[in-house]
Design a protein around this ligand. Structure first.
Ligand code: G4P
Length: 534
């Protein structure tokens, strides 16, 4: 094969994430997508890898105990000339900010629904995050091998709860014990379902070949085929046909049915992603004060850090910054500059993440994610490029929903605590506020679980026994305005003023009511719930 240009390389990338409510089957589907992509050979490897990692890492005890996945990573595989980058998102709702950031690095998402449950609370939350960014969504209705809700009701639920036009690409024949397979609504071919034992399914070869519906009588019992034909007609009359443009704009979702566990519908899902999900888009950036569009095929290597992960390898204290490339042809050993600090970095040991392993990345293109080991130089939201001049729109910091005071049991270790808290805040998982008065630290998080993870990490990674206690504060708001107005405001509310990790001023209020009251009294000061990291 002659060498592809960066533009051609970008065009064959599909970078996507899976969103779902816990237990809908995200892990199982991930595994079977990797099987479908030919990058693992037996089911069970993803989970086994996860467990392996967990036993090696102490702080992940919490994950194990609660059966949730807190950390996230990337899995890359190649199939039919396309490169798929699957970004794993944490499943627990307390980590929604983290999930949000991961989704900023995805160009599409698969929404997995449990066919018996439909849209669940966490599906809805994650969907809203996708909508904020207009990420196109492919819907996979999973667990058809079990008793399912009426598929038409499921489509109606998608339409009414998500305001998204569902366009079924396939239609299922029955479910549970009466699940017979699915009809390709575009070609009229019928894909029969065979009840399989795990091993066969893992090979992906266990289901009979697809065939024209007219020849598929042997796969149905009394009246079932007529019922499918009738439904297919209703569906084709009642729902709009799939339109790629509408999908790309975030208005329409193609719907597929299947069973991740039985490896049914998974190849079709991967094909639908390959065919319809978008390659990396041009991004708007700022270069030396001017707005610029960065094309994926542009010569200069650019990208942004969407996540910083500590402790992936517990033998090292390294942090790994996940860099999503936006353009260019990255080569190992290349020098990249951080836009906001001007620091230059030789990227000698970038990591790519294959299903079963991690390897050094020799090259990477727009859409790819590489892990850059570093000691705190790289932060979430950083823009990297060869010139150091490109700045992508920042990733937002969200105002935390819970604010707690943290205290180290041994007062002699207060200094250590400061460093440890800053380190954790730099990963972007929790936020740190330093009140202008007093010596306490206030830690903000989206959910209670994050404090538990944090206490565990402070103990295991930094040997600091800490307690989190309620703080008098309910909300944090970033404040901005003319210098004189800000100073006037801050001087009158000294006890409520704090600084975030980037030294930006923050007002800590005791209640939502107080926030509103104060904001009304100081119309020249703006109070915001999010702040874009520069
Ligand atoms: P999650 O990552 O979204 O939380 O879900 P996960 O894949 O862990 O799946 C949750 C449970 O649902 C698992 O069962 C899994 O085997 C099952 N499951 C996933 N996809 C399907 C499917 O297509 N059909 C059926 N029948 N079940 C499915 P578990 O009993 O909790 O775990 P395990 O002991 O089987 O691993």
């Amino acid at each position: 094969m002659s060498k592809l240009t960066p533009a051609q390389q970008a065009a064959r990338r599909r970078t996507f994430a899976i969103i779902s409510h816990p237990d809908a089957g995200k892990t199982t589907l991930t595994e079977h997508l990797l099987l479908a992509g030919g990058s693992i050979r037996a089911a069970g490897q993803v989970r086994a890898r996860g467990e392996n990692r967990r036993t090696r890492s102490d702080w992940m005890k919490i994950e194990r105990e609660r059966g949730i996945s807190v950390s996230s990573s990337v899995m890359t595989f190649e199939k039919d000339g396309l490169v798929f980058n699957l970004l794993d998102t944490p499943g627990h709702e307390d980590f929604s900010e983290d999930t949000y950031r991961t989704l900023t690095a995805a160009d599409a998402a698969i929404m997995v629904l449990d066919a018996a449950k439909g849209i669940e609370p966490q599906t809805l939350k994650l969907f809203e995050v996708c909508r904020l960014r207009d990420i196109p969504i492919v819907t996979f209705i999973n667990k058809m091998d079990r008793e399912a809700q009426d598929p038409m009701e499921l489509l109606d639920e998608i339409a009414s709860k998500l305001q998204l036009d569902p366009a079924p690409l396939y239609w299922p024949a029955g479910s549970g014990g009466r699940f017979r397979g699915m009809l390709n609504l575009q070609t009229g071919a019928f894909q029969p379902y065979a009840k399989l034992v795990g091993g066969q399914a893992a090979e992906g070869e266990g289901h009979p070949e697809a065939l024209p519906l007219a020849q598929a009588d042997a796969h149905f019992q009394d009246g079932e085929k007529a019922e499918l034909e009738e439904q297919a007609e209703l569906i084709q009359g009642g729902y709009p046909a799939f339109e790629r443009q509408s999908f790309l704009e975030g208005h329409m979702t193609p719907v597929l049915f299947g069973s991740a566990l039985r490896h049914f519908g998974v190849d079709e899902l991967l094909a639908a992603i390959g065919e319809n999900a978008p390659p990396p888009k041009p991004l708007t950036a700022e270069k030396a004060g001017e707005t610029e569009t960065v094309e994926p095929g542009a010569r200069e290597v650019t990208g942004f850090v969407f996540k910083v992960q500590a402790n992936m390898d517990p033998n090292h204290r390294d942090r790994i910054a996940m860099l999503r490339l936006s353009s260019g042809e990255f080569k190992r050993g290349m020098k990249l500059k951080v836009q906001n600090t001007g620091r230059q970095l030789s990227v000698n040991a970038p990591i790519t993440f294959f299903a079963s392993d991690r390897e050094l990345a020799e090259e990477a293109f727009a859409g790819d994610v590489i892990g850059i080991p570093n000691h705190g130089v790289l932060r979430v939201g950083d823009s990297l490029s060869e010139s150091g001049l490109i700045r992508f729109a920042g990733l937002p910091n969200f105002a935390p929903e819970i604010l707690q005071r943290v205290r180290v049991k041994d007062p002699l270790k207060a200094k250590h605590l400061k460093k440890a808290l800053e380190g954790l805040a730099e990963e972007g998982v929790t936020q740190l506020f330093r009140p202008e008065l007093g010596s306490d630290f206030i830690v903000g998080a989206v959910g209670q679980l994050q404090f538990e993870v944090m206490a565990d990490r402070l103990a295991n990674e930094y040997a600091l026994e800490c307690v989190f206690e309620p703080s008098p504060y309910a909300e944090a708001r970033w404040v901005a305005g003319e210098r004189a107005d800000l100073e006037d405001f801050a001087s009158k509310h000294k006890t409520a003023m704090a600084r975030d990790i980037d030294d930006a001023p923050v007002f800590l209020s005791k209640s939502a009511w107080e926030t509103g009251y104060i904001a009304d009294r100081y119309p020249k000061v703006t109070f915001t719930k999010t702040r874009e990291r520069m």
